[in-house]
Design a binder for this molecule. Structure first.
Ligand code: MCU
Length: 387
């Protein structure tokens, strides 16, 4: 008699556990499709062809995107190292990180952090955007973490002192690892007043590529603010190739791998066949989603204004599918020097900083500014509404 009560309960418990486990676990492939496709890959299909229908599916999709983009472009993004300690004193935050018997020390300077519970922007090499009062600036010497001075700088910098000069990470990934450790250091120390839930990251040009990649890889970043990142950042490799074929003086994957060490050596294999990459940079925006992202661009041919606009329009389709279209915007504007922030982008930047860093109101609705770019001609999929 008593078993008739216990058995159904037991059966429910036993059957429910694997189901929950299945939902919590994503199948992350270790090899990736390399079929040529000149259109931007469908962010709503898994590599095995099944559809991404729910927000939970999309989280799994992001895991496979993350695996593919590391394997093909960025190199491996290491987790927190096995030993770690940090100190904060008088505007200097320092950490020591150790792995496999080696260790490195690194420091950043913090300004504008008086008060209690302040937001902060981590600025690669210093900020090229106006940082408002009430937001601290954390100056991050990304070149020290991973050098970027041509091919001879491959594998040089503190990241490589720790992980070895042959590590697969390109400089963009090495920097993102450093950003992740800066946040670890903030969490491990007191006195700096910074609220680690309200951290943005910025950088311009090559450092803008870095800021974009850091926002994508470091999920504790609340707001990504890549500025004039162009190719390797907000531009999509495939659209840049198509612009190049139309005669534009635009940076493409085939040029970028020779210019510098921003990407993993693994990317060399794709440099002249970017159309075989499993992902493209609309999905770099997708990796930031649903967190805040404001992409600032210029209209300099080399950066690919049509490519960045089309690519980020495609990126916004991902945010729309997730039901958070206004967590991402892009503001492109011309007639100003590279990395000099023009006043006509101020209100867009302010809205994003207010909403994501200052927790005040910011109207981030529908910010899509840039030259004409027909995103429909670069995609052959439609965005679902993810449930
Ligand atoms: C837009 O970022 C780069 C670009 O990718 C390079 O080709 C060029 O040499 O430098 C730009 C930059 O970082 O300018 C400061």
């Amino acid at each position: 008699m008593k078993y008739s009560i216990i058995l159904p309960l037991l059966a429910t418990t036993v059957l429910a556990a694997p189901l929950e486990a299945r939902q919590a676990t994503c199948k992350v492939p270790t090899s990736f499709p390399t079929t040529a496709n000149s259109k931007l890959p469908n962010p709503f299909k898994f590599f095995d062809g099944t559809d991404v229908k729910t927000k939970a599916d999309f989280e799994c999709k992001n895991k496979e995107v993350l695996a593919a983009i590391q394997a093909q472009e960025l190199g491996t993004f290491p987790p927190k190292p096995s030993t770690f300690s940090a100190t904060y004193s008088g505007g200097t935050l320092s950490f020591t990180a150790g792995e496999g018997g080696k260790s490195i020390s690194f420091s950043v300077s913090i300004k504008g952090n008086s008060g209690s519970s302040v937001a902060a922007i981590i600025a690669y090499g210093g900020a090229s955007i106006p940082v408002p009062a009430g937001v601290a600036t954390i100056t991050f010497n990304n070149d020290q973490m991973g050098q970027q001075s041509g091919q001879s700088s491959r594998g040089k910098g503190k990241f490589y002192d720790l992980y070895g000069s042959g590590h697969s990470a390109g400089a963009l990934t090495a920097w993102a690892w450093g950003v992740d450790r800066v946040i670890d250091a903030l969490e491990a120390t007191t006195g700096h007043n910074i609220d680690t839930k309200r951290i943005g990251v910025t950088g311009c040009s090559r450092n803008g590529k870095g800021a974009f990649v850091a926002a994508a890889l470091v999920n504790r970043i609340a707001l990504g603010i890549p500025q004039e990142s162009g190719s390797g950042g907000a531009a999509c490799w495939r659209v840049s190739d198509s612009e190049k074929a139309k005669g534009k003086n635009i940076q493409t994957s085939s040029q970028i791998v020779g210019e510098n060490v921003w990407f993993s050596p693994a990317f060399n294999a794709f440099s002249t066949k970017a159309n075989t990459l499993a992902t493209d940079h609309h999905q770099l925006a997708g990796l930031v989603a649903p967190r805040g992202l404001i992409v600032i661009e210029n209209e300099i041919d080399w950066l690919g204004p049509v490519s960045t606009t089309a690519c980020m329009k495609a990126g916004r389709l991902i945010y729309k599918a997730l039901g958070v279209p206004d967590n991402m915007g892009f503001t492109g504007s011309g007639n100003h020097n590279h990395c000099s922030f023009p006043s006509n982008q101020q209100s867009d930047l302010t809205a994003y900083i207010n909403k994501f860093l200052l927790n005040t109101s910011g109207n981030t609705a529908n910010i899509e500014k840039g030259p004409a770019a027909d995103v429909a001609s670069y995609i052959d999929w439609t965005a679902p509404t993810l449930t």
